[in-house]
Ligand binder design. Structure first.
Ligand code: PRX
Length: 661
């Protein structure tokens, strides 16, 4: 709450620079309000106009929004298009083939430029190769690849032939990969031999082999491997193929598959309140429209811009603001393979200077760690670099504290660049609440106002609006084109997770708490209201980590909570009861290490608990429910001041408070 308090008392306001406002796609508050009013007057007409302006349709749509099967809304369903055609061909046809699409910088600093014409050819060849393997419209292809041109090519090639891709972040374990391959019924897996991060080669193919060997995914008949490092890999003849070998024999012309706007472009797994990740399914038309439109509104994209989003293609940010949004509008963008701290923590600033980046989009957690690095080593301070090309700065993924916001504005943005705090989610497809750079005065720590056409609100547990100044539940009141369509293979979970009956069944429940400012009506996000943690901008379900822990042979019971962390936003704290006596000293340290590694193997290194506390038991009510609010207090190091009268075993609190590993 203290972060919220400080934002609520935040007096600093930063209006858009006049010159930017004058030239912006959405110019001044009046420009913003005109769009909001247009959506209010004729909601469907507003979206139809944007869909026609942003996308090239093979068959124009007649129907805009269909609400008859709510909450399974459809948009532009009788229209046909192809996402890859919209991202590539149409720019080449318009004479922009020579324009640079991707400036790729490898981990070791090697730079490769790819033009739109080149990218179209590479995608065409690979799409033909996928077709030759028998992959067709509607088939699911899992992509487990490093940040690379090839990763973007793989996604675009799937889109080109109407196959639905599901990218699994390269940091996930073989078990997580296996679960996703099985759940989605994948027929092919595209991976790489290894990935390069921070000067080290990390395996991908061997993890993929392990995932496939775990079984349940026998439908995967083809494994396509991008040769990144040339490192040694096991080879399964008949199943494994090199990406370059199958592509180089193909023609570069590849007829796009025209699909309905509702055709599933991709499925991306994300964490929810249960142990099983949700396969969030996105459409082609509505999704792409918003990826393109938000590039123009939120980032006020101009043809002279060099855009850089530092996300990984394994997350939704990498989908919307690397693979689809920038390409859909014909932008030039930087794609980076490596990490911000290699060879030193000045890497981002050096790359901005080298590539003359003008719009830079990153996560608060990266900013916070680079602040720390700059404070201890003047060599990597952004002030040492020429960042004069920057015009707009963005952040995403988690709340940004006002101090980090101010530092970002001052030291990276030279006090001239608006800082755009964008609130959105895997499920929303694109930005939902953000200060448009030429229109909305920014306030540190607040994502300010919803984008035109997005009806965000704060309600109570019954779905009634709360007054500004009161905290509540963040909802979206009307369907929007880029919203998720369903959860793969589990429509009922889609309905109950996002459109709960308690709120009336029609409001989209985001899962975040929020408050609006009394005067400005600006939104401030208060964090998740469910059992989802946000560590370094990555979503992790507490239940997923608990399930992983109890799967270990020594563990009887586990409860996982989050606690605030200066760098990562939140940190994972696990309370563990072993099957044998509570360990102490060296044994406790050894088992804690073993459990951390175990979680790393079960889910991925991002889910490893920062702290593990062993106890003879967990604090439970007499009915056997774990009292998580007490655990949260202990994790924060607070004295437990809550009512513990319903606690069955009060002595346990002291033990858990003292034994952190
Ligand atoms: O809690 C919110 C937080 O990240 C969650 C969505 O995570 P994910 O689906 O992984 O997508 C992340 C990238 C869009 C949200 O429910 N979140 C995201 N952006 C912000 C944020 N919290 C505060 N401020 C933001 N700008």
């Amino acid at each position: 709450m203290s972060a919220i308090e400080s934002v609520l008392h935040e007096q600093r306001t930063f209006p858009p620079p006049e010159s930017m406002a004058a030239a912006a796609a959405v110019s001044g508050m009046s420009g913003y309000q005109a769009l909001v009013a247009e959506a209010h007057r004729d909601y469907e007409g507003f979206w139809a106009r944007l869909a026609r302006e942003n996308l090239t349709w093979h068959t124009p749509f007649a129907k805009v929004l269909d609400e008859s099967n709510a909450p399974f809304y459809t948009w532009f369903a009788d229209g046909e298009l192809n996402a890859s055609y919209n991202c590539l061909d149409r720019h080449v046809e318009a004479g922009h083939g020579e324009r640079t699409a991707i400036i790729f910088e490898a981990d070791d600093g090697k730079v490769t430029h790819v033009s739109y014409a080149d990218l179209l050819q590479r995608v065409g060849r690979f799409a033909n190769a996928l077709r030759k393997l028998g992959i067709e419209r509607g088939d699911r292809v899992v992509i487990y690849m490093p940040m690379s041109i090839e990763g973007v090519v793989a996604m675009q090639a799937c889109a080109r032939i109407g196959a639905t891709h599901s990218v699994v972040f390269g940091g996930f374990s073989s078990k997580s990969l296996n679960e996703r391959l099985v759940d989605i019924g994948a027929c092919a897996l595209i991976t790489a031999d290894e990935q390069m991060r921070g000067g080290r080669a990390l395996p991908l193919k061997s993890i993929a082999d392990e995932a496939l060997a775990m079984g349940g995914c026998e439908a995967v008949t083809d494994v396509i491997v991008y040769r990144r490092t040339g490192g040694k890999v096991d080879w399964h003849p008949g199943r494994d193929r090199w990406m370059h070998e199958i592509a180089e024999t193909q023609a570069s012309d590849c007829m796009p598959e025209w699909v309905s706007a509702e055709h599933p472009l991709f499925i991306l797994y994300t964490s929810g309140s249960t142990g099983k990740p949700k396969g969030v399914q996105h459409s082609t038309g509505g999704y792409l429209l918003w990826a393109a439109q938000t590039m123009k509104w939120t980032f006020d994209w101009k043809p002279s811009d060099v855009f850089w989003c530092t996300a990984d293609i394994g997350w939704v940010t990498g989908h919307s603001y690397i693979t689809y949004g920038p390409l859909a509008i014909g932008a030039t963008q930087v794609v980076f393979e490596g990490v911000p701290t290699y060879p030193d923590a000045g890497r981002f600033w050096k790359m901005i200077a080298d590539h003359r980046v003008s719009v830079f989009y990153t996560a608060p957690t990266a900013i916070r760690s680079l602040i720390k690095a700059a404070e201890s080593n003047a060599e990597v301070h952004p002030d040492r670099y020429d960042l004069s090309s920057l015009r707009i700065l963005g952040t995403v993924g988690e709340p940004i504290n006002p101090q980090a916001w101010m530092w970002y504005r001052k030291h990276v943005g030279g006090e001239r660049c608006p800082v755009i705090d964008t609130w959105w989610q895997t499920e929303t497809g694109g930005h939902m609440i953000a200060p448009l750079p030429g229109a909305i005065p920014a306030v540190p720590g607040s994502c300010t106002l919803p984008l035109p056409g997005i009806l965000a609100a704060v309600v109570d547990e019954t779905g009634q609006d709360v007054e500004n100044g009161q905290g509540g539940i963040l909802v979206i009141k009307r369907p929007w084109p880029a919203m998720a369509r369903t959860i793969w293979d589990d429509p009922e979970r889609f309905r109950t997770s996002y459109f709960p009956q308690e709120l009336g069944g029609r409001l989209y429940l985001a899962g975040d708490g929020a408050v609006r400012d009394k005067d400005s009506a600006y939104f401030t996000i208060m964090g998740r209201i469910d059992d989802v943690l946000n560590v370094s901008g990555h979503r992790l379900g507490t239940m997923e980590i608990e399930s992983a822990l109890v799967a270990h042979e020594l563990v009887a019971e586990a409860a996982v909570v989050g606690r605030p962390d200066d760098t990562t936003g939140e940190a994972v704290v696990a309370f563990v009861m072993l099957k044998h006596a509570c360990p102490v000293g060296d044994e406790a340290a050894r088992i804690a290490r073993e459990l951390r590694d175990w979680v790393g193997k079960e889910i991925g290194p991002i889910a490893k608990p920062k702290e593990i506390r062993f106890g003879d038991n967990l604090p439970k009510t007499r009915s056997g429910k774990i009292m998580r609010r007490l655990l949260r207090s202990i994790a924060k190091g607070e004295a437990v001041s809550q009512d513990t009268s319903t606690l069955e075993n009060p002595g346990i609190l002291e033990q858990l408070s003292t034994l952190a590993q």
